[in-house]
Design a protein around this ligand. Structure first.
Ligand code: ADP
Ligand code: GLC
Length: 483
């Protein structure tokens, strides 16, 4: 099958979160199953710096003017087209935010441009001599593609994946006018959303099939608590909506061959993990206390990730027999509060602000317990990385966290299925309670190791999920044909 995969970030070219991991590893898994996948992505300077360009296709047409820089996804044969245009993508810094952390003012125009170019590629009008059967779009940045493709006489099938419904690409009516979209799109059953334009609705209304990144999140977003105002529409489309859990890219995340970590290990040499804990304490300046579990958190320090829950119980947490390690960046207020706590408890807590891929790996390898108290979590990747690295996740039971972590209740402990800890109420008190439960099990190293090994031996590979995507592509093609 020929699949055009389009999105706004791909690891290792450019990454702000899990979308980038998925956008690299799903195409690789599809290619391994024998399919022809090609990726369309903006030519941000950091992405261009990462690869060698094999060809440059200049264009000028209905989508505007620019060039497609042709390259390969590092470590694969997958063709990547980087969309280059000075006004849209040639600027340094974060793909979505300016230096003060505010969204770039021209984001709707930048990503509408990406979407229009995707349509041209999808219709084989870019002199690339390639016609996809399916276009797979991801999140609001590429959500106009399914809408725009319905304006074509002939078009490939479309599949839209929601990685996070909370970011919808909603802009003023004024922006809608400037985008030059057909007036017919200004309708509540189209892109209009409470008198604004919603890019996300382009995917939700017009894609032949819709997926999201876990079965639980697929259900949650059809209700008002997690539906972000779009639950009614998602209920209408519930027959076309499924949840497919993300996998883990074994080339990137496997303690047996991870180049970033002090000591490689497998389930058979689980005891070597302790050397990574020792190295991590040394790197972060924490006293060597192997009797205390190293508890970690890596991620965007934003409300979604439940950072406020941690702050609610942080003092009490740091009085418990543990050491806490945090790597992340995000809201200034969260950063400051965490930094202040680390300064008050230097023996107990270490924090690193910023983005550090290598340290993220060393934390997964060295930590014993990994916190993900997210208020909502479409899938979440670190709870899966943790299990592969013998680090027990402690999670709020929502979305993908609920689908991938088996809580150590009495039954699961007895059956040997437990791989972590989960709690059901998003409060600091529940998080603390669950942390104490985990510390209780830490007292029994055999029981702890049994849980860690169960997680390490679980199958988080992409193959099964890639096959589910293929089934959805088939359904999208069938829906397209019968429409
Ligand atoms: P989200 O996409 O909502 O941020 P995910 O759990 O899906 O959450 O993915 C986050 C990804 O970004 C993971 O690969 C995680 O390791 C990585 N990550 C997040 N923050 C940092 C950071 N400060 N340094 C290194 N990696 C990070
Ligand atoms: C989003 C979600 C996260 C998910 C990732 C990749 O950023 O917040 O839960 O794992 O996309 O699908």
């Amino acid at each position: 099958m020929k699949i055009l995969f389009t999105c706004s970030e791909v690891q290792p070219l450019v990454k702000t979160g899990g979308l980038a991991d998925v956008a690299a590893s799903l195409p690789k898994a599809l290619a391994q199953l024998g399919h022809d996948v090609r990726i369309l992505l903006p030519a941000y300077p950091q992405a261009v710096a990462h690869c060698s360009i094999h060809a440059r296709h200049e264009f000028e047409g209905p989508a505007g003017a620019g060039a497609l820089l042709e390259t390969r996804l590092p470590g694969s044969d997958i063709t990547v087209w980087l969309l280059d245009a000075v006004w849209a993508f040639q600027r340094s810094g974060n793909p979505y935010l300016d230096a003060s952390g505010m969204p770039w003012a021209d984001n709707p125009y930048r990503f509408a441009f990406l979407s229009r170019v995707a349509v041209e590629v999808a219709r084989n009008r870019m002199a690339l001599d390639w016609q996809p059967e399916v276009v797979h779009c991801n999140d609001w940045q590429t959500a106009l593609v399914p809408a725009l493709l319905t304006l074509e006489d002939e078009r490939p099938a479309t599949l839209f994946t929601i990685h996070n419904l909370a970011y919808q690409g909603v802009f003023s009516a004024d922006v809608f006018q400037h985008l030059g979209l057909p007036e017919a799109f200004w309708h509540h059953q189209s892109l209009e959303f409470f008198e604004q334009v919603s890019f996300m609705k382009g995917g939700l209304v017009y894609a032949d099939r819709i997926t999201t990144v876990s079965p639980s999140y697929a259900l949650e977003i059809t209700g008002p608590s997690f539906g972000c105002g779009l639950d009614g529409l998602l209920r209408q489309r519930s027959h076309d909506l499924v949840g497919i859990i993300n996998g883990v890219d074994d080339d990137e995340w496997n303690p047996a061959h991870d180049p970033h970590i002090a000591q490689r290990f497998t389930a058979q040499s689980f005891e070597s993990k302790a050397l990574n804990s020792r190295a991590l304490r040394l790197e972060l300046g924490l006293p060597e206390r192997p009797d205390l579990p190293l508890v970690a958190l890596i991620g965007r320090l934003v409300e979604q990730k439940g950072i406020d829950l941690i702050l609610d119980c942080l003092e009490a947490m740091l009085e418990l027999p543990l050491q806490l390690v945090i790597l992340g960046s995000g809201h200034a207020a969260f950063e400051q509060a965490l930094e202040q706590a680390a300064a008050r408890y230097p023996e107990r807590m270490a924090i690193r602000m910023g983005y550090d891929e290598g340290l993220a790996h060393r934390i997964e390898a060295g930590a014993n317990l990994f916190l993900m108290p997210s208020r909502f979590e479409p899938c979440g990747l670190n709870q899966m990385y943790s299990q592969k690295y013998g680090t027990l996740p402690l999670v709020h039971a929502v979305g993908g966290l609920r689908d991938t972590v088996v809580d150590a209740d009495d039954r699961a402990l007895l059956s040997g299925d437990a791989t972590g800890f989960s709690f059901h109420e998003a409060t600091g008190a529940c998080l603390l309670e669950t942390l104490k439960r985990a510390l209780g099990i830490w007292q029994y190293p055999d029981m702890w190791a049994r849980m860690a090994l169960k997680g390490m031996l679980k199958d988080f590979s992409w193959e099964a999920s890639a096959r589910q995507y293929l089934a959805q592509y088939e359904l999208a093609i069938r829906a397209r044909k019968s429409s």
